[in-house]
Structures are given as C-alpha cells and as structure tokens.
Ligand binder design. Structure first.
Ligand code: PLP
Length: 444
C-alpha cells in the first residue's frame, strides 16, 4: 500500500479487508466509514481535509481533547524508559505502583483499597464479575453466583459483560450467554426499587454475587436515573449484603459533571470499573478498584481459592499508566468535571430550544457531557424515527461541522471535557442545521 494513499484507495481497501466493531460488514462496504487522519483540541480532520468538532469525543473517552502535550510527553518518556513489563505474579513496575496509589487515594472517600489493572472497559467488567464471585467463594458462600443488572445497561463485549448487558442487540448473536444473570427494569422514568427488592427475594439474596449498574446509562441511550435512585439502590443492596459493581467506564473522571458518577448520588460502590478517560483514550487501560470489604475477604483467605487466576498481558501497561498519571494531573489542575457540568447544562438548554423548533426531537436529556436526543416520527405516540432519517441527520451534522453518533433513534453526544462555550455553541448550531436541511420525513 502506498505510504500516502488516496482516500479512494483506502476506502476500497477498508471495504475489502476490515471488519468493524458494532457494524454489519455489508453496511460498511456500502457506506464507507469516515477516515479520520488527525486531531487537535476538540476537532478531528478526515482524509479529505474536512475539520469538524468531535461531539463524540472519540468514544466517550477523549476527555482532554486531541492535543494534550503532557500526556503525549508522558507516553514518549515512558516508551524510552520501559515500553513494557508484565504485572503478573512476580513482577511490577513504578508507574503501575504510582497509579495504583493515586487511584486508591482519589477514591479514599469510597474506602478504596486496591486497584486491579486491565487493558480496557470490557476487561474491567469481566474482572469485576470474577472478583465478585470469587469474593463470595473465599467467604465460604459458594452459592452466591448470580448477577443482577438493569435493562438498557451496557457493560462491554466480553461474554461476562455481554451477559449482564441489558440490550437484546448485544446478546442475540452470541447466546447462550452466562447462566444466572437476571435483568431488572431501568428506572426510566419511574423508580423501581420495589421491583428490584421483589426480584432479590425471588432469586434469594444468598444466591446473588453482585448487582452491576452504570450511575448514568450511556450506550443504552443516555438514561439519567431519577435523583436518589442510585443511592436507594445501594441502600437496598446493603440491606441484603449484595455488593454493588459500579460500571464507571464512561462516567469516571468527570464526564457526568462530577469526578465519579457514583458521587452524584453519594454512593460508595464495592467495586468500581474504570477505563476510557483514564488515559483520555491515548492508550488502552482500565482498572477495577475494590473497597475495604472486598480486600479484607481476600486478605483473610489462606488457600489457593483467594489467588486471582485471571489477568491480561497488558494489565497495567507501563505506557498506559504513565498516560493515566498525566491525565489525572491535568484533570485536577483544570477542573474538567466542573467544565463538563457547565457546558453540559448549556448544551441541554440549547438542545431544548432546538426541540421547540423541531417536532422530530422527542426528548432531550443528559448529565454533564453525556447527552441524548431521542428522535421520533410522532411525538405523542413516541414512535422512533427511522434509520434513514437518523443517517441523514448524522450526515447533515457532519456537513455542518460536527461529528455526532447515533444509536437506534438516539443521537448520543459525549464531546471532550475541554469543550469551550464557543465550541458547545458550534455543536448546537451544526445539529440545528442538520434538522433545518434534512427534508426527509422522520418516519423514513
Ligand atoms: C458503561 C460501559 N462499560 C463498559 C464498556 C466497555 O468498554 P470497552 O469498549 O473499553 O471494552 C463501555 C464501552 O463503551 C461502556 O460504555
């Protein structure tokens, strides 16, 4: 392949040799994906030279934008010093220890004690599910194996994560999944603590290993729980001695307008899964941070049952840890969670004004810089907008200068946390232009 290949040449080869995650291969061949070649600040540029604001923020992860010099420098220095070493039994390295210390320290209010590193979000979920089952085994309660989760939750793509995912699209092709997983209704828009308690009693609390839930559901359509729901859920789980696994793969490090999504409701999870923004997407890395309750059970165990028999070659990769340390420094120094809240509120206002002008916007919701616009063919019946319309709106927004993401009939936005007021305005204007210029019926 020529070094400076033309866009057509690359598109043709992409269609010939690549399979994309979360896409039908035939669809990607028919409608080639955009080829992104560079990024700066909150912007990305495609191979044809079009520069647009990235209202997707990579994939919920590029919190600090594309040109953070401190992260790039930390990565370069770490590559020069130690490009890789394993964290499996018997070896470790300084950056991993420093990052473990930083995470446990930041999560001190949540009684965090240990960080178990992974190489991404799905890994973190897989590890958290394993840790939860093992926790009960080392405590001598081997019957506690079930997992409870919420419908519309998204927890990555490993078999464990796919099993607790609450959206049929991510399950159907891969069934049968893990047995012993049960899904509860998502509290949208009504509280459902009583339904969850019923299910716990029905299953038998002494058979449940853990409950897994995001503090704000992201990929399921940006579903913001009613205030107090997450805290009520935690109180209920405490009543039945069921650990809470908080899936903070998207929400950790500021995206929802607080350092951690759990803190929005004052919740202290037993296991917290983190990834994505921990390195701002500059390097794959994740972790499960466990609290004193989990740590002490493993500490008290004296036989092989308490050995952690899983892990990943890239668990706590030195380059990822170095990137994460730089990211944390930047996030503390410049209060990006605060900016996420301010710009998120501003964007919500802007989109609500748009909804006043465009019938197709049935609902606008969000928390911090996690935002969702639900598009409908009929507002009163809440009929979802058609696939053709969603594609046309995304194309129109790109044409007007903003990269957006659609999932079924929902526009999902998660721009970088370094977003300025002016850039936020640009996103609203580009999406507004897409609605103005799309002549097609929302039903199509
Ligand atoms: C809430 C949540 N959990 C887990 C994952 C999986 O993370 P990854 O794609 O890094 O494996 C995602 C990915 O979007 C996510 O949104």
């Amino acid at each position: 392949m020529p070094k400076k290949a033309t866009s057509n040449f690359l598109r043709e080869h992409n269609a010939r040799v690549v399979w994309h995650p979360m896409a039908h291969p035939n669809e990607m061949d028919a409608v080639p994906p955009r080829i992104i070649v560079s990024g700066d600040g909150c912007f990305v540029t495609d191979i044809d030279g079009r520069r647009v604001i990235d209202a997707v923020g990579g994939l919920w992860n590029v919190n600090l934008g594309y040109s953070n010099a401190a992260i790039k420098q930390a990565i370069a220095e770490q590559l020069a010093e130690l490009p890789y070493y394993s964290a499996f039994r018997g070896t470790t390295h300084p950056r991993l220890i420093e990052l473990g210390h930083r995470l446990v320290d930041i999560l001190k209010p949540e009684n965090a004690r240990r960080a178990f590193f992974t190489s991404g979000g799905s890994d973190s979920i897989e590890s958290a599910l394993r840790i939860a089952r093992q926790y009960w085994k080392v405590r001598g309660q081997a019957d506690r194996v079930k997992f409870l989760a919420l419908k519309r939750g998204y927890h990555g793509t490993h078999f464990g994560g796919a099993s607790v995912n609450g959206n049929a699209n991510f399950r159907r092709a891969y069934e049968p999944l893990l047995p012993g997983v049960f899904h509860l209704p998502t509290p949208f828009p009504y509280l459902c603590i009583a339904a969850i308690e019923d299910e716990i009693k029905f299953q038998g609390a002494d058979t449940v290993a853990a409950f897994i839930a995001e503090p704000v559901q992201g990929a399921g359509g940006v579903i913001v729980f009613p205030e107090g729901f997450y805290a009520s859920l935690k109180a209920l789980l405490d009543k039945y001695d069921i650990p809470l696994i908080a899936d903070e793969v998207v929400t950790a490090f500021g995206r929802a307008g607080a350092w951690f999504g759990s803190r929005l409701d004052g919740v202290k999870p037993d296991i917290m899964c983190i990834a994505k923004a921990i390195t701002s997407g500059y390097f794959p890395l994740g972790a499960c941070v466990v609290n004193e309750r989990i740590e002490s059970a493993f500490k008290a165990n004296k036989d092989a049952l308490g050995s952690i028999y899983h892990g990943y070659t890239y668990s706590g990769h030195p380059v990822g840890c170095a990137a994460a340390l730089a990211c944390l420094d930047e996030t503390f120094a410049r209060d990006f969670p605060g900016n996420a809240k301010a710009q998120g509120d501003y964007l919500l206002e802007g989109f609500r004004a748009l909804a006043g002008r465009h019938e197709a916007i049935g609902d606008v919701r969000g928390k911090g810089l996690m935002l969702g616009l639900e598009l409908v063919a009929d507002r009163t019946k809440k009929t979802p907008a058609g696939k053709g319309y969603m594609t046309a709106i995304a194309a129109g927004a790109y044409e007007a200068g903003a990269m957006i993401r659609t999932s079924s009939n929902i526009i999902i936005l998660s721009p970088p946390l370094v977003l300025s007021r002016q850039e936020a305005t640009q996103i609203v204007e580009a999406i507004g232009a897409a609605f103005e210029n799309t002549r097609m019926s929302p039903a199509q």
